[in-house]
Design a protein around this ligand. Structure first.
Ligand code: NAD
Length: 289
């Protein structure tokens, strides 16, 4: 039987509505709404498109969203001074550092200057550490979106074999912690797993397979376990088409659930950013979740 589609646009719509209602409640309680600032250094077409989509979704939820456009050649010191100014501004509740950033900027240094309470992308080293300990709500947005998709299937993750392909700081590694928190058995595969010729054996036992590699249709359906839940994080241009890291056509014949690309993880990711903005606001106002 072909897989059920995990439609990110439908899920995003439901989550947006929940958040919109929450913001209405916060406005009644506090007289204000969360305010988020996206710090963009220089401008690329892709970065602007992503920022526009963030702005549109923030507006739908009722969050105040502003884009701070800084010059491409801003120095590291000036950028850090700018971020510190936002940290000190009580009217700002959430700060994002928009990627890509120019090569002369040390991203980690900037991330670590962010006020931990305003770090809505969960990139400050303190929030990364707190995530390991389960002590923060600032979960990086893409891993959070993956978990929302899994939750929407109703599957109890406890004791399941989860295989994550891709071990990046922004997706694979944090995601492994979220699955561990839910008592799954987690394997994280990466380029060396493939080089050692061992990727297929991991794929074959995955009840839940998440792929975040950035290689068009790397994983074919014949490698996937029957009935697996497949979440494809990858975004790749293949000719004039956008495709994932999983071959959707063949994988959807084996999986029980699968996310499409586009329209799977992406739409939910932006909503997760807004959720973090709301959490940051509540934390700063001393409002319990
Ligand atoms: P990255 O380049 O930082 O990391 C890629 C990972 O894949 C590495 O761990 C690498 O070892 C592994 N890898 C590379 N080739 C491999 C192979 N042949 N076999 C097994 N592992 C291999 O990537 P990233 O930033 O995590 O992004 C991955 C993909 O996800 C990209 O397509 C990116 O565009 C997409 N992405 C989507 C979202 C979203 O919200 N939808 C967010 C972030 C990233």
């Amino acid at each position: 039987m072909p897989a059920k589609i995990l439609d990110g646009r439908v899920l995003a719509k439901e989550l947006k509505e929940q958040l919109r209602q929450e913001v209405v409640g916060l406005k009644e309680k506090t007289g204000a709404v969360p305010r988020m600032i996206n710090v963009m250094i220089g401008e690329t077409h892709g970065a602007c498109a992503y920022a526009n989509s963030q702005k549109r979704i923030a507006e739908q939820i009722g969050i105040c969203y502003e884009l701070a456009n800084l010059a491409q050649d801003i120095s590291q010191e000036d950028l850090i001074a700018y971020v510190r100014k936002l940290n000190d501004d009580e009217s700002v509740n959430g700060i994002m550092i928009h990627k890509p950033i120019p090569g002369h900027i040390d991203y980690r240094k900037v991330a670590n200057c962010l006020d931990v309470a305003k770090d809505v992308e969960g990139i400050n080293a303190t929030n990364v550490g707190k995530m390991l300990l389960g002590e923060t709500e600032m979960i990086p947005c893409t891993p959070a979106a993956v978990m929302e998709h899994i939750k929407s299937t109703g599957m109890d993750v406890r004791g399941k074999e989860v295989v994550i392909v891709g071990a990046s700081e922004i997706v694979g590694k944090p995601l492994s912690l979220l699955f561990l928190r839910q008592m799954a058995t987690v394997s994280v595969c990466h380029i060396a797993t493939s080089e050692a010729g061992r990727l297929d054996e991991h794929l074959a036992r995955a009840d839940i397979l998440v792929v975040a590699v950035g290689k068009a249709e790397l994983i074919k359906g014949d490698k996937i376990k029957d009935g697996a839940i497949v979440v494809d994080v990858g975004i790749n241009q293949l000719g004039d088409k956008m495709v994932g890291d999983v071959c959707f056509k063949s994988a959807s014949q084996k999986a029980s659930y699968i996310t499409p690309v586009p329209g799977g993880v992406g739409p939910v990711t932006v909503v997760m950013l807004m959720r973090n903005g709301i959490e940051a606001y509540k934390m700063q106002k001393g409002i319990k979740s």
